[in-house]
Design a protein around this ligand. Structure first.
Ligand code: FAD
Length: 287
């Protein structure tokens, strides 16, 4: 449980961090909160020769909200997401999900950027970002580019981020005023990753569902945006049969691993229940 040796770098600006990543090459890794990376290093599943720590890069630490556009700096911690009243006001799903990550110690240090950049299908924020249709901005030696959260994840720990690129911020439009959202996560105990979890964001027009978006956590090698399940809800009154049909469609795209959280069929079954509960809760919160 002792990591291999490495050199430690602590740039003070994003340009310095990009320069370091370019000059150090493949043997360098970004460290943000370190709460995913350091355990991997202790297990010798990650063996970086250089760690580039973003702690001192102040430009990555802000939450900005302008005209319903939300920009989260990559180094914003889960605790900072939780404590922002302004953010909670317009996008309550973020606080609800962040409160279900690990425990307060982890949330004080773990960052939103590290959570989504990591590529671990068990992380909670990727499916939230897919449900909210967020985009990830990355900066590197060739400039800046943006990738939709729904296109970012390519396999377990494998993302669209290229070597040398740093995820600098997450951009999303606040859901429409009056929307309802919910994150339902089944876990074995406090601090555990999900056996299955579902995020739902929806809007109602009178008694009819006008828009819906469903994201799924830890049910495949990547987070999943359940497009068909989402569309089943639109144009309905969210009656019990429709909710069942959406849960069935969501379950159909899952491919969970059999692990300590249970066999495959059990985890799929729990996925369906999480989807049903999240839809019902989001519906009850929509105005
Ligand atoms: P780090 O560990 O520093 O980095 C993670 C990976 O992302 C590394 O590969 C790193 O190189 C890369 N990276 C980080 N930031 C950037 C960036 N800006 N640009 C490019 N690459 C970057 N998470 C959950 O979602 N749900 C849980 O229930 C949960 N439970 C946990 C329980 C425990 C006991 C612990 C220790 C962790 C748990 N986590 C959980 C993980 C935690 O939320 C991590 O903090 C988070 O996944 C990673 O964020 P970090 O800032 O610590 O990133």
């Amino acid at each position: 449980m002792i990591p291999g040796s490495f050199d430690y770098h602590r740039p003070a600006s994003i340009d310095d961090a990009i320069g370091l990543m370019a000059s150090l090459g493949d043997d360098a890794m970004i460290v943000a909160g370190g709460h995913s990376l350091i355990p991997m290093m202790k297990l010798r599943m990650a063996l970086p020769e250089h760690l580039v720590d973003l702690q001192d890069v102040q430009s990555l630490k802000s939450i900005s909200i302008q005209n319903s556009q939300i920009v989260l700096g990559a180094m914003v911690t889960q605790a900072e997401l939780i404590s922002s009243e302004e953010l909670h006001e317009i996008c309550p799903l973020l606080r609800e999900a962040a409160l279900q990550i690990a425990d307060p110690q982890v949330r004080y240090v773990g960052t939103i950027g590290g959570n989504v950049a990591n590529g671990d299908p068990a992380n909670d924020m990727p499916a939230i970002m897919q449900a909210l249709n967020a985009s990830f901005v990355m900066v590197g030696p060739n400039g800046e580019r943006s990738v939709a959260a729904r296109d970012f994840y390519q396999g377990a720990y494998y993302t669209a981020r290229e070597d040398g690129e740093i995820l600098s911020s997450i951009h999303l439009d606040a859901p429409t005023s009056g929307h309802g959202s919910a994150y339902e996560k089944q876990k074995r105990k406090i601090g555990d990753y999900a056996t299955a979890a579902a995020a739902v964001v929806l809007t109602m027009s009178g008694n009819t569902c006008a828009t819906a978006s469903i994201g799924l956590t830890n049910l495949s090698e990547t987070p999943l945006w359940a497009e068909e399940a989402s569309s089943i809800l639109v144009g309905t009154t969210l009656d019990p049969d429709t909710i069942k049909a959406a849960a069935t469609a969501a379950k159909a795209i899952t491919n969970p691993a059999e692990d300590g959280r249970g066999p495959i069929e059990f985890r799929k079954h729990v996925a369906g229940i999480m989807v049903e509960r999240a839809i019902a809760k989001a519906h009850s919160r929509a105005q």
